[in-house]
Design a protein. Structure first.
Length: 115
C-alpha cells in the first residue's frame, strides 16, 4: 500500500462559520464520492484558506459532521498572491491506497478555474 493525495478546492460564499462549514462538507463529500474512499483509508488532511477566510477552521466540520475524529488534520493560510482567487478553501486529502489508484481531483463553486 502507498499514499496518494487528492486535491480539491471550493469558493466559499462569505466569511462566516456557517459558509465555511457548508463548503467544507460539500467539498469533502464530493471527494469521498468521486474517489470511492472510506474514512479509514485517510492518512491525513491539509486545509488552506485565503486570508479573507478566518471565521472558522474547516477541520472542525470534518470532525463533527463527517465523524473524522481519528484523522489528523491541519489548517493553514494560503499565500496572498495578488489577483488570485478570493474566499478559496483548498484541501489535500492524503489516502492509503493501491499503487494503481488514480485520484480524481474536485474543484467546485467557481474554483474550477484552478484546473
Amino acid at each position: 500500500m502507498i499514499t496518494k493525495g487528492i486535491r480539491g478546492a471550493i469558493l466559499v460564499e462569505e466569511n462566516t462559520s456557517e459558509a465555511i462549514g457548508s463548503a467544507t462538507i460539500k467539498l469533502l463529500k464530493e471527494i469521498m464520492k468521486k474517489n470511492n474512499i472510506e474514512t479509514n483509508l485517510i492518512s491525513h488532511v491539509i486545509f488552506s484558506l485565503t486570508s479573507d477566510l478566518n471565521a472558522d477552521f474547516p477541520a472542525k466540520y470534518a470532525r463533527i459532521n463527517l465523524k473524522w475524529r481519528e484523522v489528523p488534520m491541519l489548517c493553514f493560510n494560503e499565500i496572498d498572491v495578488p489577483n488570485s482567487l478570493k474566499r478559496c478553501l483548498r484541501v489535500l486529502v492524503v489516502v492509503n491506497c493501491r499503487e494503481d489508484f488514480e485520484p480524481e481531483f474536485v474543484y467546485l463553486s467557481g474554483a474550477e478555474v484552478l484546473r
